[in-house]
Design a protein around this ligand. Structure first.
Ligand SMILES: [Zn+2]
Length: 66
């Protein structure tokens, strides 16, 4: 029985398929991926690599290609 469920990754924010090379952010909690455009630009919405909130005044991390 074939299972293609995990052949594609969908943005955790908008639900659209993420294509290789799309810029975005990984989610440290569930290994999902989110478009850079969907993540917004508010530093309070971002966490560091350990999942901790960014320090006040920190700039948001750079998105990277999927
Ligand atoms: Zn999206």
């Amino acid at each position: 029985m074939e299972n293609h469920e995990h052949d594609t990754t969908e943005c955790v924010a908008c639900g659209k398929t993420i294509r290789p090379g799309d810029l975005g952010y990984g989610d440290v909690n569930n290994s999902g991926f989110m478009h850079a455009d969907c993540a917004g630009t508010d530093p309070e919405d971002f966490t560091d690599a350990e999942g901790e909130p960014l320090p006040k005044g920190a700039s948001i991390p750079k998105p990277y290609p999927y």
